[in-house]
Ligand binder design. Structure first.
Ligand code: ZN
Length: 422
């Protein structure tokens, strides 16, 4: 089966030997290797590859006799097919969080290529343009803004702001793009490309283990919880860990600790999620009180008011603790995404496509952000989830069984057939 060969060929790219996790960060050599893999997979299938202005990859399966599908150089703006038939797009992302798993993102891209193979094996031909997309910097692992490629495409982040985003080493997105051979001056909303897309369907590994309990391999996405990330900078006074008396200290680590505990408590009391997964202590010496501690709060909730309540409680606990320790605190949101309800009509189409083929697919919400959530503001979007037996994600332990991956390909092919080939 083509899935296994594609999967195996991508597996070594960006894998860290020690952790077994992936480090595929945008505009790095590992990212270039992922892009080369995508281009090769598309070329093997005679799909036309384009990199859009924002660095997202598109592999187009043009309907016969219909050259110049959306995004092609010189192609007309807007719908490319006769009668205004808009493109059907599927895909996901190839980048990873630090030491992420193999499935988050790549499962959707690999399944998309495998679904195209399946459609061809069955003799289907698209009647409207069909594309596989791989969105850039979905995880925000390098530049701090999740879904950066799709946000730029959809116009939900200012291009100038995006260009200036720094990575941990101070390299800006503009510099990183330019170093990788992509012109950063062209980034920003691409209304012509979006206007040509009629539907976006993203297949993704389940992040949670609801499907294991429901004894189903596939789910249809219902909504994405509102979520965001906030940066907290605690500024204290650097000092000697031995000679500075406790009373004289202004230790920024202490209010951070209070904030971390408050995050857990607020999430628990509101039925939400809050996590501090990244902390930088400066200067970072074992025998010194820190000068400054920066931490990132990731918070998610079933609705916006819950999310606001959680973040509000964490920030007020942090402020209170900072004040009582003589520590300064600056807190600001880095990215906040509202709740996304996927297009009901498209969701119904997915449900009937799967039902017609005897594929049972419960409808589930997700607490994870996705490019499909960003694009949903501009294009009817939907998601399919593939069972993750342990529910673990953003970790090398993330997993889907081969039979479930195959079920995902079957489900995606069914949807693409009904949306794109009829
Ligand atoms: Zn993902």
């Amino acid at each position: 089966m083509s899935f296994a060969a594609l999967w195996e060929s991508l597996l070594p790219v960006g894998r860290d030997g020690a952790s077994g996790g992936y480090r595929r960060f945008s505009w790095t050599p590992e990212d270039a290797a992922c892009r080369a893999w995508f281009t090769r997979a598309a070329a093997e299938r005679d799909l036309r590859v384009l990199t859009d202005r924002n660095g997202n990859l598109w592999a187009w399966w043009d309907p016969p006799g219909l050259p110049g599908a959306p995004g092609a150089p010189g192609a007309p703006a807007g719908p490319a097919a006769p009668g205004g038939a808009k493109a059907v797009v599927t895909g996901s992302h190839l980048d990873s969080v630090p030491d992420g798993g193999a499935f988050d993102g790549p499962l959707g891209v690999v399944s998309a290529f495998a679904a195209v193979d399946l459609l061809r094996e069955r003799g289907h031909v698209p009647v409207r343009p069909l594309a596989i997309a791989a969105f850039s910097e979905e995880e925000g692992a390098r530049f701090g803004v999740a879904c950066l490629g799709s946000r730029l495409l959809a116009g939900t982040i200012d291009p100038g702001t995006a260009r200036a985003l720094p990575d941990a080493a101070g390299v800006t997105l503009a510099e990183a793009m330019a170093a990788a051979g992509h012109d950063p001056d062209g980034i920003g909303p691409d209304d012509d490309l979006l206007a040509a897309v009629g539907a976006y369907v993203e297949l993704h590994i389940e992040q949670g283990r609801a499907l294991a309990d429901l004894n189903a391999a596939i789910a249809i996405g219902e909504q994405i919880w509102p979520h965001g990330r906030w940066r907290l900078d605690f500024t204290g006074q650097p000092d000697h860990a031995g000679t500075a008396t406790l009373a004289d200290r202004r230790d920024p680590m202490l209010p951070l600790a209070a904030a971390v505990l408050a995050a857990r408590q607020a999430a628990a009391s509101h039925g939400a999620r809050a996590t501090v997964g990244k902390v930088i202590a400066e200067p970072g010496a074992v025998n010194a009180v820190s000068a400054r501690v920066s931490a990132w709060l990731d918070a998610r909730g079933p609705d916006e008011s819950t999310l606001q309540a959680v973040v509000g409680e964490v920030l007020s606990a942090a402020r209170e603790a900072a004040a009582s320790h003589g520590v300064g605190l600056a807190a600001e949101p880095e990215s906040v995404s509202p709740a996304v309800r996927f297009d009901p009509g498209l969701r119904e189409t997915l449900a009937s496509s799967l039902a017609a083929r005897g594929i049972r697919a419960p409808v589930l919400p997700t607490a994870a952000g996705h490019d499909a959530g960003v694009l949903a503001a501009r294009v009817p979007s939907a998601m399919l989830f593939v069972r993750n037996p342990t529910g673990v994600s953003h970790s090398p332990a993330e997993h889907a069984e081969p039979a479930d991956c195959a079920a995902g390909v079957q489900a995606l092919a069914a949807v693409l057939e009904d949306l794109g080939c009829r």
